[in-house]
Design a protein around this ligand. Sequence first.
Ligand code: ADP
Ligand code: MG
Length: 219
Amino acid sequence: MIAIDDLRFAYPGGFALHVPSLSVGAGETVAVVGPSGSGKTTLLNLVSGIAVPDGGRVTLDGTAVGGLSDRERRRLRASSIGFVFQEFALVDYLPAEENVLYPYRVGTGLRLDRAARLRARELLDRFGLGAKTRRRPHQLSQGERQRVAIARALVTRPKVILADEATGNLDPANKEAALDLLFAQAAETGAALLCVTHDHELLPRFDRVVDFADLRAAA
Ligand code: ADP
Ligand code: MG
């Protein structure tokens, strides 16, 4: 579902990343661990098409992301990728429920119908936010915002789920609940789940754990 081949990327005049190979199959769950500043977020941005590689290839569900126009990449991202951002990236003027439904506003190929609204409610309920669907992000705690961000990543039933330190701000109960949802999604829909995490206690739950230092080659 996710295939990386000889991926190269550098920020202008700065940090450079080279990942020879990484693949995550449909329904497979993979954790990537590594120190802060090692390029984990950059890697997820390259996989999702937010950043464009200088060389090499990212293939998602058989589509080479590098061959797409900006518009096509945005479309693929909205319809096929659920991304839990490290800093949540919620829209502050929208209530929680509308934040969860945000992929339907930007995804040209997606229809915001009754089923989508029901699913958004259900996800918020499962995260214990059923009574807070009208709250805006600044009226929620850090952990609650993180759960909204996870719900938003799952609402479209994406084939690829990318999570950047997605459980970092959660208490143990919500951490388990968040992971349960991410894993259930991968199992139900055959999504590939790629999680970047610092949280070593969660690692036994994954099919595979990759050390970022082993993933990278000399840039
Ligand atoms: P991690 O997620 O593992 O903490 P990042 O991918 O965020 O690491 O960052 C990797 C390196 O790239 C860091 O040294 C960071 O300072 C640098 N970096 C991140 N974003 C940018 C950017 N937009 N421009 C230049 N350098 C950046
Ligand atoms: Mg990061």
